[in-house]
Design a protein. Structure first.
Ligand code: FMN
Length: 184
């Protein structure tokens, strides 16, 4: 299976990356992994030019999204892992999500492969109402656009005090999701 993992933290090798690594370490089925660290990719903002309406399947901006579009369309499992900044997606991964407008604007999306999506939310503060609500709202149309079936939204709160690898409850959730993938 093809797995695409998008790492949305502006810090490398911290909680978000560790949560992805943990989950991937539990996947026992044969897979190819394409990891996109948002800090290492050039992803410009959507300029709302509507070029992708008359030019179906093409974005006017040529940058690393050209490859990411293809992988997001054809993978079997998509992992979107991100911290919340001001209770929302950080700007770099939000730019990636906004650029998915090119796929949203396809008149025929039947070629977009049906896939699973795992969402991992990371919040430094102790859990509070709506800590991950904006992520959930933002991903509603992203999931529909990419033909995703959500298999979990694991929410790590209080990472400033409880690093992800010490959060046994959330790690168990990730392990259980991986086990479902391992034994289809
Ligand atoms: C600009 C900024 C805004 C943040 N806003 C929030 C917030 O609204 N809610 C929250 O729970 N944590 C917030 N945090 C904390 C991060 O979510 C937390 O540090 C998280 O662990 C970062 O992920 P990382 O360890 O992978 O970098 C914020 C951090 C930054 C840098």
């Amino acid at each position: 299976m093809e797995i695409v993992a998008i790492m949305g933290s502006h810090r490398n090798s911290h909680n978000t990356q560790k949560a992805i690594d943990y989950f991937i370490s539990k996947i026992k089925v044969e897979h190819e992994l394409y990891e996109y660290n948002i800090n290492e990719k050039e992803i410009k903002a959507c300029i709302a030019c509507d070029y992708c309406i008359p030019h179906q399947g093409e974005c006017v901006t040529k940058d690393d999204m050209t490859e990411i579009y293809k992988k997001m369309e054809t993978c079997d499992l998509l992992i979107v892992a991100s911290p919340v900044y001001f209770s929302a997606f950080p700007s770099r991964i939000k730019a990636l999500i906004d650029r998915t407008q090119m796929i949203y604007n396809l008149e025929d999306r039947s070629n977009i492969k049906k896939k699973k999506i795992l969402i991992i939310g990371i919040g430094g503060a102790p859990h509070y109402p709506r800590q991950f609500q904006a992520m959930d709202n933002t991903l509603e149309w992203y999931k529909k656009t990419l033909s995703c079936d959500e298999i979990g939204f694991v929410q790590f709160s209080h990472t400033d005090e409880l690093p992800v690898l010490d959060n046994k409850k959330c790690l168990k959730e990730l392990t259980e999701i991986a086990e479902k993938i391992n034994t289809p």
